[in-house]
Design a protein around this ligand. Structure first.
Ligand code: 3PG
Length: 304
């Protein structure tokens, strides 16, 4: 029998995961999935564990206020909303569920590619207005996709793209093992100069902020498409806008965009409201994985 652990869930978590945690003997679970930053700061001192997605910003202030906090669980992949250094200093264990949403994000990436290649938003609008769109779209088959960041999501994107008969190049700062048969590992410069499509699958860190800069975009093939299902800050949005205006980029599709971005007004920009991981399957997987891991970490803590 465990002690009484107080756990705060501050973002939308799959109901099965919440129910599982509530069933654990000694677990006291509070769900406040729309908690404000101010309320979080005021109440975090009561909790042993905090479970978040990307909405909650776990700042150094939250960590300092969380005097009882032992574990932070992230039901998903990216840890950029958690101050990892502050957590480490406070000896708080930070856990995530890497891979749980890889397929959901990969499928959305391919969906965005098809939507850009075939002008789906404009075509849908035209159909509703009873008109047609001019010109032709393009196919993915035979084109080259450059995957930047060959982790779980990048790998899955490569796998699906190969099934569509695309050529796939990959770039990663780590040596990815194993490499999917058919994927060619290349330098960043080679990936940029050879790819018709470039898709971003790197985490946001201080080093990757504005990774896609004006300088990098200059190395892209003229008329390439760029897809971002990672984080808005990975691209320099002004540089992307300029590349679109110059025709160096033929289109930009993203699941992540900064507030009031100038890109929002551009006709060759397709935007989604960060729905990459929002599938029933991915949320159940990520939710279950994180509640089990957080609970185990609390039990381990008790044994210390
Ligand atoms: C992630 O990092 O796991 C994805 O960006 C999804 O984030 P979300 O769980 O907040 O939707």
């Amino acid at each position: 029998m465990s002690g009484a652990w107080k756990i705060l869930i501050s973002d939308p978590l799959h109901p099965e995961a919440v129910a599982w945690l509530q069933r654990q003997p000694g677990a006291s679970v509070v769900v406040r999935s729309e908690i404000s930053p101010e309320d979080l700061l005021q109440t975090i001192a009561d909790y042993d564990a905090l479970i978040v997605r990307s909405r909650t910003k776990v700042t150094a202030g939250v960590i300092a206020a969380g005097r009882r906090l032992k574990v932070i669980g992230r039901a998903g992949t990216g840890l950029d909303n958690i101050d990892l250094e502050a957590a480490q200093r406070a000896r708080i264990t930070v856990l995530n569920a890497p891979g749980a949403n890889a397929n959901a994000v990969a499928e959305l990436t391919l969906g965005l590619m098809i939507a850009l290649a075939r002008d789906l938003p404009q075509a849908m609008q035209a159909a509703k207005a009873g008109t047609k769109i001019k010109g032709y779209g393009s196919e993915l088959m035979g084109k080259t996709l450059g995957v930047i960041g060959y982790g779980r999501i990048g790998r899955r994107v490569a796998h699906v793209a190969l099934a569509l008969d695309m050529r796939v190049l990959a770039y990663d700062i780590l040596k990815p093992e194993p490499l999917e048969p058919g994927v060619e590992l290349v330098s960043l410069a080679e990936l940029c100069s050879r790819s018709d499509w470039v898709s971003l699958h790197i985490p946001l860190t201080p080093e990757t902020r504005h990774f896609v800069s004006a300088r990098l975009l200059e190395q892209f093939k003229v008329g390439a498409f760029l897809i971002n299902t990672a984080r808005a800050e990975i691209v320099d949005e002004e540089a992307v806008l300029e590349a679109l205006q110059q025709g160096r980029l033929r289109g930009y599709a993203t699941d992540v965009i900064s507030e009031n971005s100038a890109l929002l007004g551009h006709p060759r920009v397709l935007v989604l409201p960060h729905i990459g991981a929002s599938t029933e399957e991915a949320q159940r997987r990520a939710g279950m994985e994180i509640v089990e891991r957080v609970w185990q970490a609390l039990l381990d803590h008790q044994d210390l």
